[in-house]
Ligand binder design. Structure first.
Ligand SMILES: [Zn+2]
Length: 93
């Protein structure tokens, strides 16, 4: 299975896109009408479970790609997915 990461553009009309495995979109965390940070909603490339990366740091690179640190682990019990997102590429650990 090819391991690919795809960043989906969120639009006004489609603010909660349905994700396929390996897909993600950038969302804003807002608390009490105050912007807190950007995070990624990502669908696990193995099982497709969608989860936010709230405890991770999202960096938007000058070339339009994103990097997430530290590494990501799927929250679904029994799913072995553990990976990095670097420059919008999914890399296995
Ligand atoms: Zn998973």
């Amino acid at each position: 299975m090819p391991v690919e990461f795809k960043l989906i553009k969120k639009t006004k009309e489609n603010s909660n896109p349905v994700l396929k495995p390996g897909e993600a979109y950038i969302s804003n965390l807002v608390e009490k009408d105050r912007f807190v940070k950007k995070f990624l909603w990502i669908a696990c490339y193995l099982c497709g479970l969608e989860a936010p990366t709230l405890s991770h740091t999202l960096t938007e690179n000058s070339d339009g790609t994103v990097t997430i640190s530290p590494s990501l682990m799927c929250p679904k019990e029994g799913c072995p997915a553990h990976y990095y997102i670097r420059n919008s590429k999914l890399e296995l650990t």
